[in-house]
Design a protein around this ligand. Structure first.
Ligand code: FAD
Length: 562
């Protein structure tokens, strides 16, 4: 054989494994950078070399704050949580009762409804049902060995994470086959209200880490070192209106929607106040939503089992004894503003509806009319109305939660490492308040806490690059959520965009997304990637690989009929 041919042959033989290795390395990079799945592997394990003789102060004792406190207890000898809401620190906030009664609300349009009363006044969405993704369950299991037992004791529902999502009417394919061939089923998620999850987390943290200190007070100021590079103390105004300085080696802003960290920083570094304010971007999606919590009607499970709900599992129909989420309608704002879902919670059935500048149905009849009014490529399946009919016996017992979300915001802390103290970090809604239409806020908080754990395993909070590294990693792992939610919202004509942006921004992403939404109803491979990205288990970059791009182009050229 001529020598040139031999060389070409050898190069060709090398090219295949090289490409494979490069592709594997690229995939690994994507998972490491854009998801927290790698950090999950060490979550909950003792810190190498023992705990730091140091103090972490966490401002805010809600979901992000509690997750952070649990993670910090593996790294710091002293962990302090500062929370202004006295009730949140009480036994009742862990063990219940979580609501105090009900009251009647008279609306301007003359429809009245019953809603629950409660003492968690600082969290607007306390009564709202929340959905969660599979990553959250993995996070909780890694941190709390008693998680499953406590969930069972509280009769909270945990089930395969199948939201039976219909996007503009087309049912997404769920990757059952992939799991069934391994003898498994879809990864599990919790199906419970936000208030029950918060109580569960409080109990788990208290049991796992009795040494965590809770201070009833409000973080009001940060004290900085003379060179301004470190926070040395957090000033806290306590119940008796006195101010106490808590010495700290790391401070975490978990103050949610208050986003107190930005205000505290602006006061502590007045020369950078303008620059800090510029880090915050907000827009108004005018997202209006209502949900009704029904008790479980008698014989509901038996009667539901008679209703055929299609599924991608082996049986081809949903096993309603095992599955807890019955239906979700997702939309594309260019088609319609309405979304709808029906799900279980430990106390009964929850029906939620809403969208951009949406009507808010306040009783069962209005829910039916809302569902009938939904527009899409295909109509809302008839079984949805049959499920609603099963609620008729408890129609007058529903408790309503009505919400208006007029501000979504993100603080780009990762752009400000030249100004920020090295040991200041933030996560949860204090950094990014998403449109809750996608129900991602809590899992995002668990990704933040996991990212903190991973960062603390390679950087001490005394390292000059600590805060910068955490904030960069967090941004990489969450900015896709912000972009996806915001750019989808810009497709609704009622959305008021962020300063300096227009509703045309993201037109290509919206187009790509709308074609992808059709694909996930017919292509099992793309649907599986979409599912795992949605579960926070895979990077969103996998939805724009050359293979997926090719499929999107084909679907765009030859659209699947409705
Ligand atoms: C209507 C609605 C529906 C939603 N649905 C979903 C859903 O389905 N799924 C989902 O995952 N997410 C959902 N979310 C989002 C989710 O509720 C939030 O992402 C989550 O509550 C964020 O938790 P957090 O701990 O960051 O903040 P929060 O829960 O807001 O808590 C902030 C805490 O900080 C405390 N605090 C405030 N100021 C200070 C201060 N100065 N010092 C000390 N402490 C302070 C407060 O008292 C509070 O306890 C929804 C949100 C809304 C509005």
């Amino acid at each position: 054989m001529p020598k040139t041919l031999q060389i070409v042959g050898a190069l060709a033989a090398l090219a295949v494994p090289t490409c494979l290795l490069a592709s594997r390395a690229y995939r690994s990079y994507l998972f490491r950078t854009y998801t927290a799945t790698r950090d999950l592997l060490s979550l909950g394990k003792p810190r190498a070399g023992g705990k730091l003789s140091a103090t972490a102060v966490i401002c805010g004792g809600s979901l992000a704050g509690l997750m952070t406190a649990r993670v910090c207890s593996d790294h710091f000898e002293r962990v302090i949580v500062v929370e202004p809401e006295a009730w949140a620190l009480s036994d009742a906030a862990r063990e219940g009762p979580l609501t105090t009664g009900t009251r009647t609300v008279e609306t301007e349009r003359g429809v009245s409804y019953t809603t629950a009363t409660h003492k968690r006044t600082r969290v607007y969405q306390y009564l709202g049902y929340h959905v969660y993704q599979a990553f959250l369950t993995l996070f909780l299991r890694a941190l709390f060995p008693t998680f499953d037992k406590t969930v069972e004791e509280r009769r909270l529902l945990i089930a395969p994470c199948d939201y039976n999502l219909h996007i503009v009417g087309r049912r997404m394919l769920y990757p059952y086959k992939e799991y069934e061939t391994r003898g498994e089923t879809l990864p599990p998620a919790l199906f419970t209200t936000r208030r029950s999850l918060e109580a569960l987390l409080r109990t788990l943290v208290k049991a796992a880490c009795p040494h965590i200190e809770y201070i009833h007070g409000t973080a009001t100021d940060l004290k900085l070192s003379t060179d301004g590079r470190r926070v040395t103390a957090v000033s806290v105004r306590t119940d008796s209106a006195t101010v106490q300085d808590l010495q700290c080696d790391m401070v975490v802003d978990c103050t949610g929607n208050t986003q107190a960290g930005l205000k505290l920083l602006a006061r502590a570094i007045p020369t950078a106040s303008d620059e800090l304010q510029k880090l915050r971007v907000s827009y108004d999606p005018k997202m209006y939503y209502s949900g009704i919590e029904y008790p479980l009607p008698q014989n509901f499970e038996e009667e539901l089992a008679q209703i055929e709900i299609p599924s991608d599992n082996k049986a081809g129909r949903m096993d309603t004894g095992r599955h807890k989420h019955y239906f979700t309608w997702g939309t594309n704002p260019s088609k319609d503003h309405r979304t709808l879902f029906i799900t279980r919670w430990e106390g009964g059935v929850y029906v939620g509806a809403g969208g951009w500048n949406s009507e808010t149905p306040l009783n069962l009849q209005e829910m039916r009319e809302y569902a009938r009014a939904i527009k899409g490529d295909r109509p809302v399946p008839e079984y949805v109305f049959k499920i609603l009919d099963l609620l008729e016996p408890v129609a007058n017992e529903g408790e309503v939660f009505e919400a208006k979300i007029n501000s979504c915001s993100r603080i780009f802390y990762e752009r400000a490492h030249a100004i920020l103290p090295n040991n200041f970090i933030a996560h949860g809604d204090s950094v990014m308040r998403l449109n809750p239409r996608f129900g991602e806020g809590i899992t995002k908080s668990s990704v933040g806490a996991t990212t903190l754990d991973g960062t603390l395993r390679s950087f001490s909070p005394f390292n000059a690059n600590f805060g910068r590294t955490f904030l960069r990693r967090l941004a990489d792992r969450s900015e896709g959520l912000w972009d996806a939610a915001k750019l989808t919202d810009y497709g609704a004509e009622t959305t008021i965009p962020a300063k300096g942006e227009t509703r045309n921004d993201g037109a290509f992403a919206r187009w790509y997304g709308s074609v992808l939404n059709r694909l996930v109803a017919k292509d099992a491979e793309v649907a599986s990637t979409f599912y795992h990205v949605g579960m926070f288990l895979a990077p969103s970059a996998l939805l724009s690989t050359p293979t997926v791009l090719g499929k999107v182009l084909l679907e765009a050229l030859f659209p699947t009929p409705a």
